[in-house]
Design a protein around this ligand. Structure first.
Ligand SMILES: [Fe+2]
Length: 468
């Protein structure tokens, strides 16, 4: 629950202890026999510059319900029972199926770069019509940072925003609008979020991600990451890993060390499917953001590959693209399928140009994201059809399908060996499919050597790749 509390100049944060954080829940709407209490937080977004409006949030409540049965519908009501009329109406949600190879969420919706536009509402309406059990949102949520602090939106931020102002403005009430709009979805369907670049939201004292970190809850402690930016969780026979593209991902960093530990703990006989998600794609062939996160790919791809990750979901590029199984830009049956689905409805432009079109290959030095450490890793290809070049001169063979349309995806993991992926476009009728593929488990046993240590697996890769 959240509410707006913005103002000019100095703003006084609300007292988060002034209101209790309570949830009553149970197996029937008229029998909410259980009670759980949580904690409340507030955050502020402060700009110490003349003419900019500061913001402090409403009280945001987090309550953790424990001991729930898997695959069960629960009814709940939240608020402060000590304050008249401060309890919500009764909502209901269904928990994920039990962890194990024989049960899966029926439909997992995947969306990216959602925003709050007419395209967003179309995406969400189409998504709800597919009745998902779980929603993955792979970053770029409210786009509050495309507004000035007075609430004025701009299609050209750099044109409207004073270049001398040292911090990019945001209009934080957009987060409140987004939360209210999404409430019919998020109040009844579990949603897991990972951060995008639009969640960075710099402010005073070099603070970042204040809204993102305060408004969502993450299983960080449960998965041992202790970070809101990367974490893992199980849903039925799927182990999900959500990674941070805008936090240190180097091999000597905390995220990489955590990822090594998390992958080593995955038992594929319990969770046969291993799915990763983060914001900026490694394998997009659109001109926009082309090879922008090469340093992250260079740092982490081999580790994910060595554990035979099945699918990678990303966003950031405002279009849809599905890869063939790929590793290090080479077709490889042991590599994951990369699906970039940043076409949720953002208020920026749709990506329409491909880097392989004549005249559209970007200058390599212009491609690194400044929020990713200022490193440069996007060197020319050294082998294959694009050897010696930064871009291919035709659609790369690792790009299976690409299209500039708004939409969302639905993943149906059927069993241990088959998962059906469908991409739904907003311009189509509900239920129509724009792209569809079965992703198979069958080669995983050849690609995954669970009894061999990571260092030994790396040494054995040539043998494994021969099998594939
Ligand atoms: Fe993005």
């Amino acid at each position: 629950m959240s509410g707006g509390a913005g103002g000019d100049g100095d703003v006084k944060p609300l007292d988060p202890t002034a209101v209790a954080s309570v949830v009553f829940y149970g197996l029937a709407a008229d029998s909410l026999l259980h009670r759980a209490a949580g904690e409340a937080v507030v955050y502020s977004q402060l700009y110490p510059f003349a003419g900019l409006r500061n913001y402090t949030s409403g009280i945001i409540h987090h309550v953790r319900l424990q001991g729930l049965e898997p695959g069960t519908e629960y009814f709940y009501q939240c608020g402060d029972p000590g304050i008249p009329a401060a309890m919500s109406e009764v909502y209901a949600f269904r928990t994920m199926p039990a962890v194990g190879p024989g049960s899966y969420p029926a439909r997992i919706a995947v969306v990216g770069d959602l925003g709050l536009t007419y395209n967003t509402t179309s995406t969400v309406e189409h998504m709800v019509s597919n009745q998902p059990d779980l929603v993955l949102l792979v970053g770029d949520v409210s786009y509050a940072n495309l507004y000035l602090t007075n609430g004025t939106g701009t299609d050209c931020y750099s044109c409207s925003f004073a270049k001398s102002t040292p911090i990019h403005e945001t209009y934080q009430p957009r987060w409140d609008y987004w939360g209210r709009y999404m409430e019919p979805v998020t109040s009844r369907i579990p949603m897991m979020v990972v951060e995008g670049n639009h969640e960075i939201e710099e402010q005073i004292d070099n603070k970042t991600f204040a809204s993102y970190s305060s408004r969502f809850a993450f299983p960080s402690t449960e998965s041992g990451s202790f970070s809101p930016f990367y974490y893992s969780f199980d849903a039925g026979g799927i182990h999900f890993i959500m990674l941070a593209a805008y936090t240190d991902y180097s091999k000597s960093g905390e995220q990489y060390k955590w990822l090594e530990k998390d992958l080593a703990k995955v038992n594929r006989s319990v969770t046969p499917w291993l799915i990763a998600g983060w914001h900026a794609p490694w394998y997009s062939t659109f001109k926009a953001h082309y090879r922008e996160v090469e340093c992250m790919r260079v740092a982490m791809e081999e580790l994910l590959y060595s554990y035979a990750v099945d699918i990678v979901f990303t966003g950031h590029v405002h279009a849809y693209e599905r890869s063939n199984r790929v590793f290090n830009y080479t077709l490889d049956q042991c590599g994951p399928v990369h699906i970039s689905i940043g076409d949720g409805g953002n208020r920026e432009k749709m990506a329409t140009s491909y880097a392989d079109e004549p005249g559209h290959c970007p200058d390599p030095m212009s491609t690194p994201d400044p929020f990713m450490g200022g490193e440069f890793c996007g060197f020319n290809f050294t082998s294959g059809p694009a050897a010696g070049k930064f871009c291919w001169d035709r659609q790369p063979d690792y790009s299976a399908y690409r299209e500039s349309s708004f939409g969302h995806g639905i993943l149906e993991v059927k069993n241990e060996t088959h998962a059906l992926w469908r991409w739904h476009r907003n311009q189509d009728m509900y239920g129509s499919v724009g792209d569809e593929i079965y992703i198979l488990y069958s080669r995983r046993l050849l690609c995954w050597l669970p009894s061999v240590s990571f260092s030994r697996r790396r040494r054995r890769r040539p043998e494994r790749r021969r099998w594939c």
